[in-house]
Design a protein around this ligand. Structure first.
Ligand SMILES: [Zn+2]
Length: 385
């Protein structure tokens, strides 16, 4: 028998996630832990001291895409302190905090190692080349929006749901939504990039979490004309199957967005190519609402085109677009849809979701839907309305 006397907390497991912003270490603990985080140099390393704790976790490998970590070693430092030493490859800013238990995990200590000098985002450079997209990228409130050049590509933001600490829905066989949707998203992006008049930007490029608000902010930074979020559904009843496509329906969305945008005046000045800077607040608010209404109805048309194409490759759950108030669908000037590709809770569909051929079919159907909508608009979505 193991006695817990003298130990305040057990570290039961440890995970790491790596993103373009840096690395995140997560310690699963059985209760809140007393800790201290500090930096040492030569070699550059971050020290996490865990007080009065037993360390029962397996240390994760730091070798991964986007990792800032060279090596992690652990050991008893003194009678009361267990020490985790993280050797790093580049300068980082460490930020540690504890999280209370949620549906997925128990108590956690999170140590973020954020890059001090993040590499420039290659997708931003790509979009920069695609002249005209600065319309949505402008932070200069005095700049008049640029004219859209004829050869501007249609930029499609592809958003793989969940990621990192958030696995999304889980199948009975252990399939994780975050993995299958990233795989489908990559296939979709590849198809979009083969089209001469379209360019894909990936909102999440690996197994890390991106906040919901950040997903729409990134879409804006990339100058996205369309936004497609990819998910896999789950319900208790395992027989339910089929794809569905969602567009925004929230009466509150428009006024919430207007408030949000009002705060971000500078960035919002050139929303959708409409020049707001010289309008007074009442006029702005009316313009925002008009724009939001227009974007909402375009989103439904877009969603129907995608649903139509998806019905050709598999069962669909209902015959029309679903309406919901998902946060990622609330961009006021980017027609946005959310695709639930299939039910990960249905054993047959879980099996299909893991299958590369099915993933490719689904990606193909979404692509055909995007193309169908884009062709109707001559590859100019909202920008010149
Ligand atoms: Zn999901």
């Amino acid at each position: 028998m193991i006695t817990h006397t003298g130990f305040a907390a057990d570290v039961q497991a440890m995970r790491s996630w790596h993103s373009p912003e840096g690395s995140r270490l997560v310690f699963d603990v059985d209760k809140p832990i007393v800790y201290n985080v500090f930096t040492l140099s030569n070699p550059a390393r971050i020290v996490v001291d865990l007080k009065h704790s037993r360390f029962l976790a397996k240390v994760p490998s730091p070798k991964a895409e986007f990792s800032v970590i060279r090596h992690i070693r652990t050991g008893q430092n003194d009678k009361n302190t267990y020490r985790v030493v993280i050797e790093i490859n580049e300068s980082v800013k460490a930020n540690a905090f504890q999280l209370a238990p949620n549906a997925q995990y128990g108590q956690r200590l999170v140590v973020d190692l954020n890059r001090v000098n993040p590499k420039p985002d290659p997708q931003l450079a790509l979009v920069g080349k695609n002249a005209g997209s600065q319309v949505k990228n402008s932070t200069n409130s005095n700049a008049k929006p640029a004219q859209q050049p004829k050869n501007k590509k249609l930029i499609v933001a592809v958003d793989a749901g969940h990621g990192g600490e958030d696995p999304g829905a889980l199948g009975k066989r252990g399939t994780r939504e975050k993995d299958v949707v990233l795989s489908i998203a990559k296939k979709l992006a590849a198809k979009i990039n083969k089209h001469p008049r379209m360019q894909a930007v990936m909102i999440r490029k690996g197994d890390y979490y991106v906040g919901l608000g950040k997903r729409t902010r990134l879409a804006r930074q990339y100058g996205a004309d369309l936004f497609v979020s990819i998910h896999a559904d789950a319900v208790k009843r395992r027989t339910v199957k089929g794809s569905s496509v969602y567009a925004l329906s929230d009466r509150r969305a428009s006024s919430e967005m207007a408030k949000y945008l009002a705060k971000k005046e500078n960035a919002a000045d050139t929303l959708g190519g409409v020049y707001f800077a010289d309008k007074d607040d009442d006029v702005k608010s009316v313009l925002y609402d008009l724009m939001m209404d227009n974007t909402k109805s375009e989103s439904i048309i877009f969603a129907r085109d995608v649903l139509h194409e998806m019905s050709k490759v598999g069962p669909i759950l209902r015959n029309d677009v679903e309406r919901a108030s998902f946060a990622v669908l609330k961009s006021p000037d980017i027609p946005s849809i959310l695709v639930e590709t299939a039910f990960i809770s249905n054993p047959q569909e879980e099996k299909k979701l893991k299958n590369q051929k099915f993933q490719n079919q689904i990606a193909g159907a979404i692509f055909n839907g995007i193309n169908r909508y884009a062709e109707k608009n001559g590859f100019r979505v909202l920008a010149e309305n």
